[in-house]
Design a protein around this ligand. Structure first.
Ligand SMILES: Cc1cc2nc3c(=O)[nH]c(=O)nc-3n(C[C@H](O)[C@H](O)[C@H](O)COP(=O)(O)OP(=O)(O)OC[C@H]3O[C@@H](n4cnc5c(N)ncnc54)[C@H](O)[C@@H]3O)c2cc1C
Ligand SMILES: C[S@@+](CC[C@H](N)C(=O)[O-])C[C@H]1O[C@@H](n2cnc3c(N)ncnc32)[C@H](O)[C@@H]1O
Length: 624
C-alpha cells in the first residue's frame, strides 16, 4: 500500500536553469524576476491589495497554476494586508500539473516565499482529474485547484471571482487558453466589478475580453515586455456587503460526523457555529469505536466516482492533520461477485484517483496483506483510513459551543430561524441552520426522503493491528482489538445489541477472514447498534432544504460512507450557506442536491398518466 513517485512531468530545465514547457515550448515566468513580474502584472494589475480593503471575503481566479508562484505572491500580500478575520478563496486551473521537484527547484529562487512554498509543497502533488482543496489556515486562505482543461474547469466551478489572473502561455503557443469559450467562461464566473490582468496585449485577447464585457486598458509592461493588460467589468450594483454588517449566526443540529465536519468547515470560513445535540457527540451512527474511511467505488467514472474520489482525498488530508484520531492507513477491497474483477480493473484505471492510489492485488497479495489463506483478489486503497470517531469528533468540535437539547421543530420569524424544543421553548435563533441529525432529519426536513437502516457491529478484544478489509462485510482495527460486521436491516429501528446479529457478523467474516475468525474462538463479543440515514438513490443530501424561507441546509443521508463523504460535503454546505464557492464541481453538487427528489417527482408526475402508481424506492443500502 505504498506510493511511488509519478515520473510524468510536462516540463524540463534549460541549460541556463529555466523551466520550460515541453508541450508549449514556453517558460513559466519571466527570466528577469518571476516574483516581481507576478506582483507587477497580476497583483498590481488587479488593483490589489486596495480591492480587498473593507471586504470580509475576496475571491481570486487564475488560469494556469503552473508552479503556484502567482498564488504564493498573492498569499504573501494577503497575509500582510487582509482585514482581520477575512477569508481569501482562490480558484486556479491546471491541465498539466508539474512534478513536485520541479516546483521546489523553481520556487527556491525566492527565500521570502519559503514558508508558504513549503506549505504548498506538502499539499502537492495533485494530479488526479478534479478539484482539490489546499489549505493555508494561518493566512485565512484556501485554494481550490482544478486539474482539468480550462474550458471544462470554468464550466464546473460555481464561484464568482473578484479578480482574475490570466496566465496561460503566450497566445501564439497556447491558443486554447485564450479561446473565446474560455474568456466567456471567465466573464461568466466573474463578480460584478471584477478585475482581470495578464502579461499579453495580443489583439485576440483584448478583443476577446472586450467581447465578453470587460473594459480593457494597456499598461506599461514588466521586464522586456513593453505592455501588459488590465481589464475590469462595470462596477457592482449594489456595492458588495460592507464588513460592518453582522456575520450570520449559524446553528448545526446534531454532533455526529456530519455535524462535526460542518463545524470544522464553518470555522475554516470564519463562522462560529452553535451545535445543538440531543444526547452527546457520537451518540448516533457515528459512535462506533472505529470507522473505515472508504469511498463508494463506481466503475462508471462519472459524477458518483468523482464525488467519492474527491471526498476520499479530502477526508484523508484533513484526518492526517488529526494524528490522535488515526488508527490505520490503507485498506483492501475484496472481490465478492464475479463481475468485481472487471469492475476493479476499470476503477483502478480511473484518473479521478491520484496516481498509484489504487492498485490491483492478486489472490496471493491479498492473502499476504491480510494474513489469511489465499482467497479472492482485491484492490488496495492507499488513502483509505481507519479512524477513532470519538477523537475525530472531539477535534472538529473542539471550539464549538455545544448546547444539550433536542430540536423538535423549526420556525422562521421573517428574520431568523427559531429552533424549538419539544415543549415549544426556543433553544436558539440563527440565520443559518444546518440539519445534521442523521435519521433525526426525518422530523426536521419531512419533505426529504430519508429512511433508517439498522446496523450492528461486533467488537473483539485483541488481536489488534489487523489490516483493514472490506467486501461482503468489513473488519478493521480498533484501539484494543478489532471490529467487524455489519448488519443491514430495514423496517427495524431498535438500537439494542443482539446475539443473533453477532452470529450473522461472524458467519460473514468467516467467509472473507477465516483465520481471523478462527483466532476468536469462543471469546465473548460486545457490539454496538445504530441507525444509518439513507436515501432512495444511495447518495447523500447536502445543500439547501427546499423551502421558501432562506438559510435552511441539510447534511444527511450519508448511508454507509459517512466518514468518507462528510468532510468534503460539510465544506460544500458551509460554502453554500456563507456565500463562498463550493469545493465541488457543478455536476457533483447536483447529485447531492436535496431538491433532486422533488425535481424528479415533478418530472415523473408530468410524464405520468392519471391513476398510474408511482414506483416505490428500492430498499437496499451500500455496505460499509
Ligand atoms: C453498524 C454501522 C457501521 C458503520 N460503519 C461505518 C464505517 O466504518 N465507515 C463509515 O464511513 N460509515 C460507517 N457507517 C455509517 C456512518 O456511521 C454514518 O454514515 C454516519 O455516522 C452518519 O453520520 P451523521 O452525523 O449523519 O449521523 P449520526 O452519527 O447518527 O449523528 C446524528 C446526531 O444528531 C443527534 N440528533 C438527532 N436528532 C436530533 C435532534 N432533533 N436534535 C438534536 N440532536 C439530534 C443525534 O443524537 C446524533 O448525535 C456505519 C453505520 C452503522 C450503522
Ligand atoms: C505561464 S504558465 C503559468 C504560470 C503560473 N501562473 C505560475 O505562477 O507559475 C501557464 C500554465 O497554463 C497551463 N495550461 C496550458 N494550457 C492549458 C489549458 N488548456 N487548460 C488548463 N491549463 C493550461 C500550463 O500547463 C501552465 O502551467
Amino acid at each position: 500500500l505504498t506510493s511511488e513517485p509519478d515520473p510524468a512531468t510536462p516540463a524540463s530545465w534549460d541549460a541556463d536553469g529555466v523551466l520550460r514547457s515541453l508541450q508549449f515550448g514556453d517558460i513559466y515566468f519571466s527570466t528577469t524576476d518571476g516574483l516581481a513580474e507576478s506582483r507587477a502584472v497580476f497583483l498590481a494589475g488587479c488593483g490589489l491589495p486596495e480591492a480587498w480593503r473593507g471586504r470580509r471575503a475576496f475571491c481570486v481566479g487564475e488560469l494556469g497554476f503552473g508552479t503556484g508562484l502567482n498564488i504564493l505572491a498573492l498569499l504573501d500580500l494577503w497575509r500582510v494586508s487582509r482585514e482581520p478575520g477575512a477569508r481569501l478563496q482562490v480558484f486556479s486551473v491546471e491541465a498539466f500539473p508539474l512534478a513536485e521537484e520541479d516546483v521546489r527547484r523553481a520556487l527556491a529562487a525566492w527565500p521570502e516565499l519559503t514558508d508558504l512554498g513549503e506549505r504548498l509543497l506538502v499539499q502537492w502533488p495533485r494530479r488526479a482529474r478534479g478539484f482539490h482543496r489546499l489549505d493555508f489556515e494561518a493566512e485565512g486562505a484556501f485554494v481550490d485547484l482544478a486539474i482539468m482543461e480550462a474550458g471544462e474547469a470554468l464550466k464546473a466551478w460555481t464561484g464568482a471571482a473578484d479578480a482574475w489572473f490570466l496566465d496561460g502561455f503566450s497566445p501564439a503557443s497556447n491558443p486554447d487558453m485564450w479561446r473565446p469559450e474560455v474568456l466567456a467562461g471567465v466573464a461568466a464566473r466573474s463578480a460584478p466589478g471584477a478585475r482581470a490582468a495578464t502579461f499579453t496585449v495580443a489583439g485576440a485577447v483584448r478583443r476577446g475580453l472586450a467581447d465578453v464585457g470587460y473594459i480593457v486598458d494597456k499598461r506599461p509592461g514588466f521586464g522586456r515586455k513593453s505592455e501588459r493588460l488590465e481589464a475590469r467589468l462595470p462596477p457592482p450594483d449594489p456595492a458588495p456587503a460592507p464588513i460592518s454588517r453582522p456575520a450570520p449566526r449559524v446553528a448545526i443540529i446534531g454532533a455526529g460526523i456530519a455535524g462535526a465536519a460542518l463545524c470544522r468547515a464553518f470555522r475554516a470560513l470564519g463562522a462560529e457555529p452553535l451545535v445543538i445535540e440531543a444526547e452527546t457527540p457520537g451518540a448516533g451512527a457515528s459512535g462506533n469505536p472505529a470507522a473505515l474511511v472508504m469511498p463508494r467505488l463506481d466503475a462508471g467514472g462519472g459524477p458518483v466516482a468523482q464525488l467519492y474520489a474527491q471526498a476520499l482525498a479530502r477526508a484523508a488530508d484533513l484526518m492526517s492533520r488529526c494524528p490522535g484520531a488515526l488508527i490505520a492507513q490503507g485498506a483492501v477491497q475484496l472481490e465478492v461477485a464475479a463481475k468485481d474483477s472487471a469492475r476493479f480493473e476499470a476503477i483502478a484505471a480511473q484518473d479521478v484517483f491520484e496516481h498509484k492510489a489504487l492498485a490491483r492485488l492478486t489472490a496471493m497479495e491479498v492473502a499476504a496483506a491480510l494474513g489469511e489463506p489465499e482467497g479472492p483478489r482485491g484492490l488496495a486503497i492507499r488513502d483509505a483510513r481507519v479512524v477513532e470517531p470519538a477523537a475525530l469528533l472531539a477535534r472538529w468540535l473542539v471550539h464549538a459551543k455545544i448546547v444539550p437539547a433536542s430540536v423538535a421543530g423549526l420556525e422562521h420569524d421573517g428574520a431568523a430561524w427559531r429552533l424549538l424544543g419539544p415543549g415549544g421553548a426556543e433553544i436558539a435563533r440563527a440565520e443559518i441552520v444546518c440539519i445534521a441529525a442523521g435519521v433525526g432529519g426525518r422530523v426536521l426536513a419531512p419533505s426529504l426522503p430519508l429512511y433508517a437502516v439498522r446496523g450492528q457491529v461486533s467488537l473483539a478484544a485483541g488481536p489488534s493491528a489487523i489490516a483493514a478489509s472490506n467486501g461482503e462485510g468489513y473488519a478493521i482495527p480498533t484501539r484494543d482489538g478489532f471490529l467487524f460486521g455489519a448488519t443491514h436491516d430495514h423496517d427495524d429501528e431498535g438500537i439494542d445489541t443482539r446475539t443473533a446479529d453477532h452470529g450473522r457478523n461472524l458467519a460473514q467474516m468467516a467467509r472473507s477472514r477465516p483465520r481471523l475468525t478462527a483466532q476468536l474462538g469462543a471469546s465473548l463479543l460486545s457490539g454496538r447498534a445504530s441507525l444509518r440515514a439513507a436515501t432512495p438513490d444511495f447518495l447523500p443530501l447536502a445543500g439547501p432544504v427546499p423551502d421558501l424561507r432562506p438559510g435552511l441546509f441539510i447534511l444527511s443521508g450519508l448511508g454507509s460512507r459517512g466518514f468518507c463523504a462528510a468532510p468534503l460535503l460539510g465544506e460544500h454546505v458551509a460554502a453554500l450557506a456563507l456565500g463562498f464557492a463550493s469545493p465541488l464541481p457543478q455536476a457533483l453538487a447536483e447529485i447531492v442536491e436535496p431538491a433532486r427528489f422533488i425535481r424528479r417527482r415533478a418530472r415523473r408526475l408530468g410524464r405520468q398518466m392519471p391513476g398510474r402508481p408511482t414506483a416505490t424506492p428500492r430498499r437496499r443500502a451500500h455496505r460499509e
